[in-house]
Design a protein around this ligand. Sequence first.
Ligand SMILES: NC(=O)c1ccc[n+]([C@@H]2O[C@H](COP(=O)([O-])OP(=O)(O)OC[C@H]3O[C@@H](n4cnc5c(N)ncnc54)[C@H](O)[C@@H]3O)[C@@H](O)[C@H]2O)c1
Length: 250
Amino acid sequence: MPHVLKSNTAIVTGAASGIGAAIAEAYAAEGADLVLADLDRDGAERTAARAREFGVRASAVQVDLTDAKATEKLVAEAETTLGHIDILVNSAGMLTEVPLIEMPVRTWDEMIAADLRSVFLCCRWTAPRMVRRGTGRIINIASQLGIKGGEGLVHYSAAKAGVIGLTKALARELAPSGVLVNAIAPGPIETPLVDGISADWKQAKQAELPLGRFGVPAEIAPSAVLLAGNPSGNLYVGQVLGPNSGDVMP
Ligand SMILES: NC(=O)c1ccc[n+]([C@@H]2O[C@H](COP(=O)([O-])OP(=O)(O)OC[C@H]3O[C@@H](n4cnc5c(N)ncnc54)[C@H](O)[C@@H]3O)[C@@H](O)[C@H]2O)c1
């Protein structure tokens, strides 16, 4: 079986951990050269080292993706390193749990910056380069909570609903230029992101899932390969894939 992403290049954000790390490894296994961006330099470097074992080029960049100038620099340098950018995966994000009636305004602002502004910024600097080349794939990691909402997660749900809206609007803008934009909205996945969520929530959540269990990052990565691949991803435009244990059925 040929490597479906051979000769492709990708920026993967949030690649130090969890879903971003799993996508980076899956892309490396499929032959893509990578720039891996994260706040966590050591974690990103560990993922890059695992990626290089597949024989691809992979480098790690420490960056705060809420910072407009730093993100612009990341994308410009990634283009230099990789030669061009075929694929952008926006997986960086964070999660906190606070009821709205107790939520500090700063907590709201931090969430919107980390989980929505970062996606806008990475798209903002990458999309023009893809449009110039007349080809590209952007894959945004949203969440099923952006569709159904979650208690104590008003800020997270709003940010992820924003990612879904951004994905659909940008998909309409860019499809005529050959750039395909889609989202993946996972259900609960076992990563450090959900470590901070209460045990009660996790137990109740697991019980209500038709599949009866959370997913693992390696079960999300194949959706990102599908959306990036040619021809597997060619007809997906503004779609929201739902590997979510049956939590949301559109
Ligand atoms: N784990 C889940 O249950 C779940 C479910 C649905 C959606 N998601 C989404 O999947 C994505 C990945 O989450 P994960 O579960 O792999 O979490 P994770 O905590 O394992 O990984 C997230 C990574 O993003 C990085 N990051 C956060 N803010 C950043 C910033 N400002 N700049 C640069 N890097 C930053 C972190 O350092 C971390 O390495 C997130 O967008 C998350 O919202 C996760």
